[in-house]
Design a protein around this ligand. Structure first.
Ligand code: NDP
Ligand code: 7N6
Length: 308
């Protein structure tokens, strides 16, 4: 594959400044430029993009700047013979650090005190509300780049770590790995269930009323995966009725989360606007992946992170 141009689609601006991405992608042998929805593509183009567009199927290769590629029609890429690569591998620090933040906030009640600070309110939480992460169990669903990062950090904090993945293969710092058909058992003893899996036909709606009912009443759900992995009504009901103690959500069913969504004002919810992966070096991490693959393409080697 001979790449003459890297076309940076304007949707990249959802994750980082376009100019920063263009500058980071510069190299000796390719032209790098920004393109909008009116652009056309040919077999010497690599498109770097946040969102899919049908016109990209005319390019040689499309690189999605997210780990999740659920919005891309993989079959259409295969039918068109267009290579599709994703950005898994670069979120092993950012998202796990955010997850540790959610867990610490819930255990040490930081989210409650931040809310009270706005009203100069000195009220302390009840004696039995705070707890320590040390000694609590966390169930990490999906043990890839992000899940492993969560497992490493929570293990280092003294937590008991269990995990779930299709292969069931052991993972470092995870005491027991379950398969998806054992999900009920995997979540049953956990104080925290952290979703780090992709959105697929298998995972859509995986966290439903029945699974939430299997979770402990004092447990917390963390979703840094994709909104539809969780059944929205089931979660809202579980929070309202005390089936679980709370939830931290970075990934939502509709983004932005609508103004009138009940989660905004839910005391036991932490809502972040899909920023668990945010970092001021996002453009550099993506550019390193793309530049490596341009070199591989030039040498006729297979591309890293190829998903179609
Ligand atoms: P990886 O591909 O590295 O890991 C995905 C993991 O999920 C693998 O361990 C895989 O293992 C497992 N998995 C797949 N299907 C299932 C299933 N049915 N049940 C349980 N585990 C499953 O991806 P990343 O860790 O880089 O990213 C994971 C997801 O997180 C992304 O797809 C994206 O949706 C989301 N994400 C969100 C971000 C944010 O900003 N909030 C940032 C980056 C990613 P196996 O194949 O053995 O099942
Ligand atoms: C954008 C990260 C992913 O899948 O959802 C995230 O990688 C997007 C900063």
């Amino acid at each position: 594959m001979d790449i003459a141009r890297i076309a940076v689609h304007e949707s990249v601006a959802k994750a980082c400044p376009l100019e920063a991405m263009v500058a980071a992608l510069q190299g000796p042998d390719v032209r790098v430029e920004t393109v909008g929805d009116d652009a056309s593509f040919d077999a010497s183009d690599c498109v770097v993009t946040f969102s899919p567009r049908e016109a990209f199927l005319d390019a040689a290769w499309v690189h999605g700047i997210r780990a999740g590629y659920d919005e891309f029609d993989v079959d259409a890429y295969e039918a068109a013979g267009t290579v599709l690569t994703n950005s898994t591998g670069i979120h092993g620090d950012t998202v796990p650090e955010t997850v540790v933040g959610y867990l610490t906030a819930f255990a040490r009640r930081l989210h409650v005190y931040r809310d009270r600070q706005r009203d100069n309110d000195w009220t302390q939480e009840p004696y039995d509300a705070p707890f320590t992460l040390t000694g609590e169990q966390v169930c990490v669903v999906g043990l890839g780049t992000i899940g492993q990062g969560v497992a490493d950090r929570t293990d280092a904090l003294g937590m008991d770590v269990v995990g779930v993945r299709r292969s069931g293969d052991p993972a470092e710092n995870v005491e027991r790995v379950y398969t998806p058909d054992e999900l009920d058992a995997a979540v049953a003893d956990a104080r925290f269930v952290v979703l780090c899996c992709p959105l697929t036909e298998e995972t859509e709606g995986m966290v439903d009323a029945a699974l939430l009912a299997q979770m402990r009443a004092d447990s917390y759900l963390v979703n840094v995966a994709r909104g539809p992995v969780v059944v929205e009504d089931a979660l809202l009901n579980a929070l309202d009725t005390g089936t679980i103690a709370g939830a931290a959500l970075d990934a939502h069913w509709a983004e932005p989360l609508p103004d009138d969504h009940p989660l905004w004002n839910h005391e036991s919810a932490i809502v972040t606007p899909h920023v668990a992966a945010a970092t001021s070096r996002y453009h550099e991490d993506i550019a390193a992946l793309v530049r490596e693959n341009v070199e591989r393409a030039t040498r006729g080697e297979s591309l890293r992170n190829r998903v179609a």
